[in-house]
Ligand binder design. Sequence first.
Ligand SMILES: Cc1cc2nc3c(=O)[nH]c(=O)nc-3n(C[C@H](O)[C@H](O)[C@H](O)COP(=O)(O)OP(=O)(O)OC[C@H]3O[C@@H](n4cnc5c(N)ncnc54)[C@H](O)[C@@H]3O)c2cc1C
Ligand SMILES: NC(=O)c1ccc[n+]([C@@H]2O[C@H](COP(=O)([O-])OP(=O)(O)OC[C@H]3O[C@@H](n4cnc5c(N)ncnc54)[C@H](OP(=O)(O)O)[C@@H]3O)[C@@H](O)[C@H]2O)c1
Length: 369
Amino acid sequence: MTLPYMASIVERRSLAPPHATRKSYHLVLDLKGSGMRYQVGDSVGIYPENNEDEVEEMLKLVPGEDEVVQDRKGHREKWGVFLRKKANLNSINRKLVEVVAERNKSSFLKELLTGSDREAIKTYLTSFHLADFIEEHSIVFTPAELAPLLMPLLPRFYSVASSQEVVGDEVHLLVRDIQYEMRGKKRYGVASYQLCYKLPMGVPLVPVFHQPAHAFALTDDLSAPLIMIGPGTGVAPYRGFMQKRMKLESKGANWLFFGEWFESDHFFYREEWQKLVQENSLKLSTAFSRDQQHKIYVQHRMLEEADELFQWLEKGAYLYVCGDASKMAKDVEDALLEIIKTKGNRSEEAAHLYLKDLRAKKRYQRDVY
Ligand SMILES: Cc1cc2nc3c(=O)[nH]c(=O)nc-3n(C[C@H](O)[C@H](O)[C@H](O)COP(=O)(O)OP(=O)(O)OC[C@H]3O[C@@H](n4cnc5c(N)ncnc54)[C@H](O)[C@@H]3O)c2cc1C
Ligand SMILES: NC(=O)c1ccc[n+]([C@@H]2O[C@H](COP(=O)([O-])OP(=O)(O)OC[C@H]3O[C@@H](n4cnc5c(N)ncnc54)[C@H](OP(=O)(O)O)[C@@H]3O)[C@@H](O)[C@H]2O)c1
């Protein structure tokens, strides 16, 4: 475990109006005294604690708050502390299901576990929070029995949305508020709920550590053009990129592709981007996916501006992609290949080589999650 610094939240503001159904927050953490130095493109890690309602739910099902338990690695902790700080209560794991299948002589669970449908097992494991699974199978555990069967509560990572050249001993974050219903219960993202709502302001209660990016670094070349593609929270690092470039009086051109649901509610940092546009420091292309019947995504805007985008690449632009790994990153790459093929007059194979060459020169970098 990386030793964290206990930071306080000094600013927290919603980036969406109160009526918006999907919310995100801008947070500023005070790092004074931490000695933490980060680069734009890096992330910070945060050790979260479980939501107290969910801990209480578990304590009702498996009482014994002060009982000392051992985790998988033999660490000893009171059951209450273990549930708050160490256990993943959000999903279940195979080992636990095996134990329950055996104890309850459940043919359904046994068949699921021995079957060849890996996707069905994965879906099953992510369709329960721990408390729901214990309830569903009416199984009685003691804390000592259950603790070693649980997965650890892992740190969460957030892209830094600031440059230390500008904000000094602060780190700025853009955090999506995650709320959803599962099995008729309202559930919250563990870390995002704490950061967006629970942690008090001005008190050093956020355990934070620096997570350097391995392959997502702003070029030192101040005259090189940048193409930044970042739908949703993927836009966060580019706020840091632009802060740094403006501070260093970069003359390189900058182009941001940003996408979200609705322009009225989810245009994160609208004023900051528009000020840069007015100053001729930024070209901005937006894709608000739900402002019309059909979906418009960042890659559609890229394709619309294919001529100019290819010219930027030919002029030595550095291209960055940040955000969703599951679909967006692949779709954006497909659009890029399409642009290289059509505007660069290249075959499929040659387009792949063009992109490979960009990657090798660190002119195509991704931070996707
Ligand atoms: C390098 C990196 C950078 C990142 N940068 C950012 C960033 O800048 N901003 C940001 O907000 N996040 C960022 N993330 C994601 C972040 O680390 C967390 O994963 C995110 O905040 C969710 O954590 P959580 O603890 O709030 O939610 P968790 O408690 O982990 O819950 C999330 C889980 O809830 C479940 N879930 C969510 N919605 C539903 C639903 N509708 N139905 C059923 N289940 C659902 C899913 O299983 C999902 O995985 C980044 C991740 C990485 C790896
Ligand atoms: N585990 C978590 O709970 C968690 C939390 C935060 C982030 N993440 C990861 O980070 C990603 C980013 O999430 P986010 O909440 O910032 O935003 P997001 O879900 O990626 O949404 C941002 C914008 O991208 C659009 N979009 C959807 N599919 C796309 C595609 N294939 N290509 C391009 N754009 C697409 C969305 O449109 P529509 O929605 O209208 O289709 C929306 O307008 C998530 O998808 C997830 O993988 C995960």
